[in-house]
Write a protein of this length. Structure first.
Length: 1218
């Protein structure tokens, strides 16, 4: 006869269901809830330890019910109260003992105890018993040491309340002892007696603060342990069948593999009124408590599970390997302890009472099921379920064929980035091989998700959703403090007291939408603001006072150079008077702020003002109430919610702040606290608490390896299984007394990690992917995996044999299951052109962007690709564009035709003052100085005094702008700037004397040719014309760069290209013009060209430009010059003709580089189009283009040099004759 429960007849009692497969436990629970529902509007109470389990259960309940078989879910998941066990049990205490008798939050709760300790410790620290603590918190000026100690003690006492309540009871009664697992008392060591004394003081302090005297006070004052004892006594003394108000009729505990004894006692007591259904994951169907150390500490006299057939009643330690599974023995201690504790609350009589109820719905209470063990992974899981020892494993299973059985794979990588890249390729291969596999069927777990989150985003987040390689993914378990940009910005603001407030800090703040919204700044405004900050020479520091607080000497001005006040004053003055105005009160106007963009200056000023106000407000200690007021004001001043996530974060921050204030008030803490203590605690609490992470969103889930997350997935991937990283180490507290007095059920990070690896292995249904950094990224040396992975590999190697291994090979099965990956994803081994070799190799990739690289190199690079269509240009070219093309045809192709800027100038850090000017900054400032002095010369002020005055005036402008550092560093920079000026202007004035008459008007230049695709024209204006005493035309130019290269006694030809192109244009239409270029090192003179020469060369240059806009032409100027000189292309009589091989070597060294970077490395454009000299010269055009485009320039320079040499020879001969 079937038993059916109605919603009004759910019988109370504790029911324990064991099973080795979580999905069977889940199905039983769903069926139970369907057949025996609660009343309408009555909530189901489900206790879980992780959010993943909660989400998984909800999905099962929400699944549709099969109309034929009746299997499946309820069609909806509603009226569910999912909670953590500890939180629910405390509320159960309140229901049984009365809400008026038990506080909503215990005064001994860790979050409350920290602040009570902060108040109590100073009064106790001078007592003799507290000498160990006095040493710890000595020299504690900012009270951080006291706070850290209070946190550790509160955490330890919280553990004592859960796992050692009998110790606390003894201490409260004045007995300074500890009790071992057998109940025997041992005296506390003298150096640890302060713990008992401190506990008694805390109990007395709570009693005083609550005006003790009532039974309620006495119970609450003893902490959680006292409340628990009172709860058990109240349950035993309960004289009515009525269920206490607030207790649910049914309590489901699902998927939990570890609970303290105290929690189990509470659940067992609640079973008097409620139906407590515990679904317990148990990896083994047999009794296995005696295969793990410390078995003698288990209290249960009887075990629910029976010994395996053939296993002796007493298992000697030396025979353990004959009757136990090695991995279960090594990894299963935590689970063994929990199941041993459950046995104390289970009995055969109790099981017989509820077994028929499950039989009535076609279910069993022991759900250990065999599974078809067709793969290596399934065979391993079956061994654990059946407690099969290694010797039986070796004969139980057939040999493994790794070609057809890919259920377990190990991957060795060189870095965490490569691990994620390898995983991405492996998942794509799995999706291709099995269309039924979905992203939601895969979980990826790592020891520390924060360490892997950037790599996950860089690999999985790189692809667009439309890309066929895109895999949906979600990253769980990230702390809000690191994952939420708003919280990151708040942390930056809380650190203002010790922050330099760099430009990069402010720009990071402006990247946060909620902060931009508060100040009315749009994301599109950020490039403009960044340009203003750089142009106004802002570097760091709010103002002089802020810099002084960081230890810098005080500056006479409130706006020290390079501070925000300095930059804002320049911007505001520039907006008011314009950039061309004179300085006002030593403030140099910054003239870029104007027009419609000037509206941005207001929000920027308000932001800096708020930062200054926050810096001042947060610098002084305050009481908890004062800090709440300040921090709420800070939050309101800087953030305005842009979306629901921001609104939730801001509300959560406020709730945490209020909870902290309540804890401080309850603890009686009214002392002032520094921001360093308050801020760390406030932000740290954001990551505390419960079940808020989202799982099972239809994507691959990345998560931290956490206990009690044993959800079955088709593919389980474990990354970061490195030696030293897993099992994770946690340095225990020195004064933790539990370390030396172990009891079954005690939590341990190392035992947690061992058991959760066991859970992970058992929860994989189709495939187990394990990877670690097994090779050094520096020298490729071996690095071992985690010791636990080593145990797994050793077990597989001993238990199974490779079907394809020959008898004479030393390769084990594990060797064939392990893939050694290459350092880089673009290794040629991932791109085998041989189809058979590619099919046999375990190395492959779906990264098509890497796949194209080798083929491009073999084909000679993009120069071999089809040329673009001819360029259609409506306006004529400028001389600047032609010069840029001649200087670098490849770069011009990217810039002018493709509109792509690959060669970006790397500027100095925006956060550092210009203590030392780099080459580019030096060039810019010298160029400015040269032009200022040249203006004086052109105005007729040739005397040294006038030039010196102009030089000092310009240096003053440079100083006021902040282009050089203040003080001695600035003086050194000024000396470097003016060092070449005397020599430069002496030569410049000498050349001007040769060409004394100035032609003020600029001349228009125009030239046009017919090309294959249309007409090409060049048009521009040229100035700086002068006339010599003989009436001839000339242009005298000042060049800031050095023209001469002293090391090779050769000119820097790339710097001569722009003047050369202008020289060609000046000599059009039969004009005979000399061009003189004066530089800091070297003066070059171009003589007038012959009739038609300028037109011919410009025509060649224009036609080449036209072709260069269709494809990147293989010419690099420096390498081309090296080639022409190496081949003696100009027939120098004093220079022998060089061997062609030597010329190629010289050009290759120039392009590819050797001890110093080559030309290809200096230009991203060249490096992309032609990665090496072989690619540059492959088409044979290089030498032709070098001679055609660069030859005339070199000849023009060499001709004048020969004339100079002739003049010197004539002068020397004349002197000799005299």
């Amino acid at each position: 006869m079937e038993l059916f429960l109605t919603s009004n007849s759910i019988s109370p009692g504790l029911m324990l269901i064991h099973g080795n497969r979580s999905e069977r436990l889940r199905d039983l629970l769903v069926e139970w809830m369907k057949r025996y529902p609660l009343a309408p509007l009555e909530n189901e109470t489900i206790l879980v330890q992780s959010n993943g389990i909660a989400q998984w259960l909800k999905l099962a309940l929400a699944a549709d019910r099969d109309p034929v078989t009746g299997s499946g879910g309820c069609g909806i998941a509603a009226a569910l109260e999912v909670s953590l066990p500890s939180r629910f049990i405390w509320q159960a205490y309140r229901s049984v003992l009365g809400a008026s008798s038990v506080a909503e939050v215990s005064p001994f709760d860790e979050s409350r105890l920290v602040w009570r300790l902060m108040r109590v410790l100073p009064a106790l620290i001078d007592l003799p018993a507290f000498e160990p603590l006095r040493r710890f918190i000595s020299h504690d000026d900012d009270r951080r040491k006291r706070f850290q100690l209070a946190e550790r003690i509160a955490d330890l006492f919280d553990q004592y309340q859960m796992y050692r309540s009998d110790w606390l009871a003894s201490w409260a009664q004045g007995d300074d002892v500890v009790l071992d697992a057998k109940g025997e008392a041992h005296p506390l060591p003298d150096e640890q007696r302060w713990q008992a004394a401190l506990w008694r003081e805390l109990v007395a302090d709570v009693a005083r603060s609550m005006n003790s005297g009532s039974a309620h006070d006495a119970m609450s004052n003893g902490g959680r342990a006292a409340v628990h004892e009172a709860f058990l006594k109240r349950v035993d003394a309960w004289d009515s069948d009525a269920r206490p108000a607030g207790l649910p009729r049914r309590i489901v505990v699902f998927g939990i593999s570890s609970l303290p004894r105290q929690s189990l006692e509470a659940l067992a007591a609640l079973a008097r009124w409620s139906q407590v259904l515990m679904c317990v994951p148990n990896p083994c169907a047999h009794y296995w408590a005696d295969i793990v150390p410390d078995k003698e500490l288990l209290r249960a006299q009887h075990s629910r599970q029976q010994r395996r057939d053939g296993s002796p009643a007493e298992l000697p330690a030396d025979e353990l390997h004959l009757h136990a599974h090695p991995l279960l023995a090594s990894w299963g201690k935590q689970g063994r302890d929990f199941i041993g504790l459950l046995d104390e609350f289970d009995s055969a009589e109790a099981r017989e009472r509820y077994r028929p109820q499950f039989a009535g719905i076609g279910q069993r209470i022991d759900l250990f099921e065999e599974r078809d063990a067709a793969t290596l992974l399934q065979q391993l899981q079956d061994d654990i379920r059946d407690l099969r020892p290694l010797r039986e494993t070796q004969t139980e299973w057939p040999d493994v064929d790794p070609v057809t059985d890919d259920s377990i794979r190990f991957h060795v990588a060189h870095s965490a980035q490569r691990e994620v890249e390898i995983l991405h390729d492996q998942l794509l291969a799995a999706f291709n091989a099995d269309p039924s596999l979905k992203p939601r069927d895969i979980i990826v777990m790592v020891p520390d998700i924060e360490a892997y989150a950037p790599h996950i985003q860089a690999v999985f987040g790189l692809l667009d959703r439309e890309d066929p390689r895109y895999i949906p993914f979600s990253v769980a378990d990230r702390g809000q403090r690191k994952a939420d940009p708003l919280v990151g910005a708040l942390e930056t603001l809380l650190g203002l007291q010790h922050s330099r407030v760099n430009v990069s800090d402010l720009l990071d703040l402006l990247d946060v939408p909620a902060l931009r919204a508060r100040f009315g700044i749009d994301e599109r405004d950020l490039p403009k603001l960044r340009a203003w900050m750089r142009g106004a020479n802002v570097r760091w520091g709010l103002h002089t006072g802020h810099r002084e607080s960081l230890g810098l000497p005080r500056d006479d001005s409130a706006a020290a150079p390079h501070t925000w006040m300095f930059g804002l004053r320049r911007m505001l003055l520039g907006y008011a008077v314009g950039g061309d105005a004179q300085a006002w009160r030593e403030i140099e106007p910054f003239g870029e702020v104007g027009g419609l963009d000037a509206v941005l200056l207001g929000p920027l000023v308000r932001l800096i003002d708020e930062l200054d106000h926050a810096w001042r407000a947060l610098s002084e200690p305050a009481t908890p109430a004062g800090w709440c007021e300040r921090l709420r004001a800070l939050k309101h001043a800087f953030f305005n919610a842009e979306d629901g996530n921001d609104a939730y974060t801001l509300a959560h921050l406020d709730n945490v702040l209020q909870a902290w204030l309540d804890a401080c008030e309850e603890a009686g803490l009214t002392d002032t606290l520094p921001l360093s203590v308050v801020g760390d605690y406030w932000l740290g609490q954001l990551d505390e608490g419960g079940l808020s992470q989202r799982f099972f969103g239809g994507a691959v889930t990345f998560a931290t390896l956490m206990p009690m997350r044993a959800i079955p997935f088709r593919r389980v991937c474990l990354l970061g299984m490195n030696d030293g990283d897993y099992p994770r180490t946690r340095v225990p507290i020195d004064f933790d007394l539990m370390r030396g007095h172990y009891r079954p059920g005690d939590r341990s990070r190392r035992e947690d990690d061992r058991y959760l690896l066991l859970e992970a292995v058992l929860s994989a249904r189709d495939h187990l992917h394990v990877s670690w950094v097994g090779r050094s990224i520096n020298d490729n040396s071996d690095r071992p995996p985690s010791v636990l992975i080593g145990q797994l590999r050793d077990h597989l190697a001993e238990g199974w044999r490779n079907e394809n291994a020959s008898c004479d090979t030393s390769a084990t099965l594990v060797d064939t299951l392990t893939v050694e990956h290459r350092l880089q994803p673009f290794s040629a081994e991932y791109f085998s052109l041989d189809a058979d070799a590619a099919a046999a190799s375990p190395l492959f990739t779906y990264a098509a962007e890497w796949r194209t690289a080798p083929s491009q190199t073999e084909a000679g690079g993009p120069a071999r690709d089809a040329a673009l269509a001819p360029v259609v240009r409506d306006e004529p070219l400028s001389l600047r564009e032609l010069a840029d093309f001649l200087k670098s045809p490849v770069k011009a192709f990217f810039n002018q035709r493709l509109r792509v800027a690959l060669d970006t100038q790397v500027s100095a850090s925006d956060d550092q003052e210009p203590f030392k000017l780099d080459a580019l900054e030096t060039w810019k400032l010298q160029d400015e100085l040269i032009h200022a002095l040249a203006s004086e010369v052109h105005d007729g002020n040739h005397d040294d005094a006038a030039l010196a005055a102009a030089r000092e005036a310009r240096l003053a402008v440079i100083r006021r702008r902040g282009d050089v550092a203040a003080g001695g560093f600035g003086e050194l920079a000024n000396d470097k700037l003016i060092e070449p000026m005397d020599k430069l202007f002496a030569e410049y004035r000498k050349q001007l004397e040769r060409w004394p008459t100035v032609i003020a008007r600029e001349q228009e230049i125009g030239f046009e040719i017919a090309s294959e695709y249309g007409r090409l024209a060049v048009a521009d204006w040229l100035g700086q014309w002068r006339v010599g005493v003989d009436g001839k035309l000339a242009r005298v130019l000042l060049e800031t760069s050095e023209l001469a290269e002293a090391r090779k006694n050769r000119y820097r030809y790339p710097r001569l290209i722009a003047p050369w192109v202008q020289h060609l244009a000046a000599n059009l239409d039969g004009r005979k013009v000399t061009t003189v270029i004066v530089s800091k090192k070297g003066t070059v003179e171009f003589e007038p060209l012959k009739d038609g020469a300028a037109e011919a060369y410009l025509g060649t240059l224009l036609r080449t430009w036209e072709e260069g806009m269709r494809r990147p032409l293989p010419l690099a100027v420096e390498t081309g010059v090296e080639w022409l000189f190496a081949t003696n292309a100009f027939g120098d009589s004093g220079k022998p003709q060089q061997d062609p091989a030597a010329a190629v070597k010289a050009a290759r060294d120039k392009y590819d580089g050797g001890y110093s970077p080559g030309e290809a490395a200096k230009s991203a454009s060249l490096g992309r189009a032609y990665p090496d000299f072989d690619a540059l010269s492959a088409s044979g055009e290089f030498s032709t283009l070098a001679g055609m485009l660069l030859g005339p320039l070199i000849l023009a320079v060499k001709k004048k040099d020969k004339d100079k040499d002739k003049d010197k020879a004539v002068a020397n001969a004349a002197g000799a004759n005299e």
